[in-house]
Ligand binder design. Sequence first.
Ligand SMILES: [Zn+2]
Length: 314
Amino acid sequence: MLLRVLSLLLALVILGATLAACGTAQSAPVDGRLRVVATTGQVADAAARVGGERVRVTALMGPGIDPHLYVASEGDVSRLQQADLIFYNGLFLEAQLAQVLAQIGQRKPVLAVAEAIEPARLLAWDEYEDQFDPHVWFDVTLWIEAVHAIRDAYIAADPEHAESYRANAAAYVQELAALHEELLALAATVPAERRVLITAHDAFHYFGRAYGFEVHGLQGISTASEAGAADVRELAEFIVARRIPAIFVETSVPVRTIEALQAAVAARGFQVAIGGELYSDALGDADSPGGTYIGMMRHNMTTIVAALHEASQE
Ligand SMILES: [Zn+2]
């Protein structure tokens, strides 16, 4: 009996020491900056802008990477383990990372930035009851809420530098508010009835709601299930009936998806153009127009507007 009590005590002491060691490792980064890991490029960009010089941000997913399908590598797991703070989109965007994030979240602060948004402002995910559409960054006013949540997480993790996080967030939000107005003005240059956006997957519902576009995706809200023949036929018939001039490729979805749709439209005797490439679930290369969140949003809107304008002049 005594032996059992002693071994239990010993186990508790070891557990305590382990937890204490973890705590020390996390609160004392080598260069004094917080080690931040973010999943998507959009989240990483917001984390870097709000964190400024106080943080070092690593994004797990690079240009063109589809977060719906992304699986953590061994390197990712060790980066997540070494981080002081983790940001991800949430709302089931990074579906394959849910388990590893939940496990690591028991030991350190992990924030799902999209889940910090007022639920009343979220759109439903029709295929799953009680789930929301995760593509919240496409409405800049929603993304501003995510930026505020990132600021608050930094302040909680590093209260000493609260003022710096507040100032960075305020400056970024000001840029985002101006971006929102710019996007509204660009969208307004296309007649309302021509504002129809057709893309590879259903990533643009928030965009459509915010900027006044009717939106259709060939695949569902997740890319996990491929478009079936019926989906292609249905959307092709819609394009022909409405004489939609252009459809759009997404950088994080294979181009064949949209090419199959274009071919199905052609088979019905109508020509639909590929209006360009949009950044949907991933940023572009650092030196491309889509290298930042603001850049990607501006690129998308100007690409969409230009393609729909060109068509309306024919
Ligand atoms: Zn998506």
